[in-house]
Write a protein that binds this ligand. Structure first.
Ligand SMILES: [Zn+2]
Length: 395
């Protein structure tokens, strides 16, 4: 085994960029539109490349054809995983290029999945090829995972792999295009509903009943004044609340006995289903002082906590340092209101930032592309990451 020479690895990657382009083309040609997913098609491409490199791998399927593939180079610790997903969203309309093959134009590689997320798998395979062919000894171990079903809830992908304890690493890079920045915080969510209870009566005698819709409307009209109790988070800001669906009534000539409003609440650290419920109940009881007929229950059955990684953790430091060296630009760390697969790992105490070079706004669009530069630079970042992390940890 040769020791890890950064320049040698970087030169190899530079000289073998066509390999990553060729593999990306094969991955894009493998139809893995989800639904139905059929990730086996992309996994076959990965298997073909790993076989050619003589690297072992493991296959996991919750259902036939919904393939997850994991391979590893090196045995030591810490383990760093590059996580890429094999499924893509449907091509949709408006393509100037064939969606299921790679078209190269002006340094851009067009095709469904190029930036989201097959490009990162092509880059990771180039790294494995560099390690293997150069015969280098790396610090720790380098794991590459291609997972299923990211675009539709990860039932057959990360959630299944975590439930069955099939996937594990000290550090996981969720390799999704983030414009070269590092996503380290995600809001949590609390879904639920408000249920207004009234009293049914004949529509010609509304005074004999209590109109559950009108009572709900009184609350909803005031909702813009409602505030959760919380401490603002530096990356996530504050919580949000959306009323997405309202249902109520049985017929035009009946005073409605009930009305329901469905809520989507995004929460920040310190909040959970109980704090959300209490805040809403307090607000409703104040309203009751103005109208004692208001009878609205708050039903928040579950919540998923907000998650974050310390921006000064060794992994984020190493990643930031490597990205700066490779691209000449220091990445920013930021938080999002949505939820990615990173959250599932963080909730199981694995550090999982989301990062790759590539234009995030092209995700799910027609004429999606990744530049050759980003494809190659992602490989360089992935390759240097375990080495720099080990150095940082031992210094
Ligand atoms: Zn994606």
């Amino acid at each position: 085994m040769k020791s890890f020479e950064e320049d040698t690895i970087l030169n190899y990657i530079e000289e073998h960029r066509n390999y990553a382009i060729k593999v990306l083309d094969k991955l894009v040609r493998a139809r893995t539109v989800n639904p139905p997913g059929n990730e086996i098609e992309a996994a076959k491409v990965v298997i073909e490349e790993l076989d050619a490199m003589n690297l072992p791998y493991q296959i996991f399927e919750k259902e036939k054809g919904r393939t997850n593939i994991i391979t590893q180079y090196g045995e030591g610790s810490p383990s760093v995983m590059i996580l890429s997903h094999l499924d893509v969203v449907p091509e949709g309309e408006g393509w100037e290029y064939p969606p299921f093959e790679v078209t190269l134009k002006d340094g851009k590689l067009y095709g469904r999945g190029t930036v989201d997320d097959k490009g990162s798998m092509a880059s990771a395979l180039l790294v494995l090829k560099a390690f293997k062919e150069l015969g280098v000894e790396i610090s720790g171990s380098f794991i590459v995972a291609g997972v299923a079903d990211e675009e539709r809830g990860s039932t057959y992908g990360v959630r299944y792999l975590l439930e069955e304890k099939l996937i594990k690493a000290d550090y996981i890079l969720v390799a999704e295009a983030m414009n070269g920045n590092i996503e380290i915080a995600e809001k949590g969510s609390a879904g639920g509903r408000l249920v207004s209870k009234g009293k049914q009566a004949h529509g010609s005698m509304p005074e004999k009943g209590i109109n559950a819709i009108i009572k709900m409307a009184k609350l909803l009209a005031k909702l813009e004044e409602f505030k959760f109790t919380y401490k603002p988070d530096p990356l996530l800001g504050g919580p949000t609340l959306n009323v997405g669906v309202i249902k109520g009534g049985v017929a035009g000539n009946v005073v409605p006995p009930s009305c329901e409003a469905q809520l989507d609440i995004r929460i920040v650290p310190g909040m959970d289903k109980d704090t959300v419920k209490k805040d809403l109940e307090d607000f409703i009881s104040k309203l009751k002082q103005e109208d004692s007929e208001i009878n609205i229950e708050v039903d928040i059955p579950r919540s998923v906590p907000a998650t974050s990684i310390p921006p000064d953790s060794p992994f984020i430091k190493a990643l930031s340092e490597v990205v700066t060296d490779v691209t000449g630009r220091k990445p920013e760390t930021f938080g999002i209101g949505g939820i990615s697969v990173a959250k599932f790992f963080i909730l199981q105490n694995m550090e999982a930032p989301v990062f790759s070079l590539g234009d995030e706004s092209l995700d799910h669009m027609a004429n999606e592309y990744i530049t050759i530069e980003d494809l190659v630079n992602n490989a360089k970042v992935f390759a240097l990451l375990p080495h720099r992390l080990a150095k940082l940890k031992s210094s």
